[in-house]
Design a binder for this molecule. Structure first.
Ligand code: FAD
Length: 289
């Protein structure tokens, strides 16, 4: 592995101070489950970060808070804590499901939601769930706070708009509305310790037998994470049925091709994301559909 200088920040203020200084390229490390792999891939002689900044002692950006309408998850919160949090299980169960599928148990104890978001992998499990929750990303720098819709921070796969002097401090989202149901489905090559091949998060609100709200957020489908409004609109005002959900799944496939074009993976992805979406909607709608 290439040599680098390791620094540790004991507080957010100290970390921001450090990032604000000019000097060698600094890489933040949280759980390190993505970053260490990345650093190991840099060959001797190639340019890597001069400094790695360990932010794990910063308690201010860890933990889950609920103010009665908005839930805030600190960037350093590990997937295990999120997947077993009573707040998340009650008000955002799709995020608990998504985080429970990340890596293996030991892995979920240290890998953080902030790292998952900023790494920007199209296969990241927490991101489709966060997009379906209409989450915001909260960044902090010496010059202040910046808040952005989480889906808008992605420029392309593995690249977000985070600035060199910023830290992601939290993701936050409104509680799901009363009566909402949801589902998160991940398709990997194995049932355990597998990166998503494709995944999808959905939210439904059904009132008097009619769908009044629908959110569909697929992963590894569009160039950057997003909800598929064409498929969502198709569901509004309709009675849930297998046929309706099949058509919504088809609409997600069509939107994938509109945005990404036909590629080598399309013959696989086209039917698979349609089927995953229909299955997730069926799961969210519950028995009888
Ligand atoms: C064996 C293995 C299995 C895996 N399985 C899965 C899986 O099933 N699903 C999945 O989604 N991912 C998986 N991953 C990827 C990884 O574990 C997750 O993305 C994890 O959430 C990353 O979090 P971390 O805390 O380890 O991030 P780190 O590796 O510490 O950081 C990742 C990136 O984010 C930046 N960063 C981290 N925190 C912040 C912050 N607060 N502010 C600004 N920048 C920050 C770092 O600089 C780095 O660029 C797997 C990885 C491995 C090695």
């Amino acid at each position: 592995m290439i040599p680098f200088n390791l620094e540790r920040a004991e507080s957010l203020e100290q970390a921001l101070e450090f990032l604000d200084r000019d000097g060698t390229e600094v890489k933040i490390i949280a759980g390190g489950t993505d970053l260490m792999v990345e650093l190991r891939e840099i060959s001797p002689g190639e340019k890597g970060p001069g400094t790695v900044l360990d932010i794990t002692p910063i308690d201010e950006i860890r933990g889950i808070k609920d103010d009665g309408s908005t839930i805030t998850v600190g960037a350093l919160t590990p997937h295990r804590e999120i997947s077993s949090s009573p707040i998340i299980l009650q008000y955002a169960p799709l995020l608990a499901s998504a985080c429970s599928t990340v890596g293996a148990a030991q892995h979920r104890n240290i890998a953080t939601i902030g790292g998952n978001v900023i790494n920007g992998s199209p296969a990241a499990d927490s991101v489709p769930a966060l997009v379906a929750l209409n989450a915001e990303a909260v960044f902090q720098s010496k010059s202040g706070e910046r808040v952005s819709l989480l889906k808008d921070i992605y420029l392309k796969p593995y690249q977000t708009d985070i600035k060199d002097d910023e830290i992601l401090t939290a993701v936050r989202f409104p509680r799901l509305p009363e009566g909402a149901t949801s589902s998160y489905i991940k398709l990997g090559r194995r049932n355990a310790l597998a990166i998503s091949r494709m995944n999808v998060a959905v939210v439904l609100v059904i009132k008097d037998g009619e769908i009044t709200e629908a959110r569909i957020s697929p992963g590894s489908t569009t160039p950057t994470p997003d909800r598929i409004t064409t498929a969502e609109e198709l569901l509004i005002g309709k009675e849930p049925s297998e046929e309706l959900f099949r058509r919504a799944g088809q609409a997600v496939s069509e939107e994938m091709i509109n945005r990404s074009g036909r590629r080598w993976s399309t013959p696989y992805k086209e039917p698979v994301i349609a089927a995953l979406t229909a299955r997730a909607l069926g799961e969210a709608a519950g028995e009888g559909v």
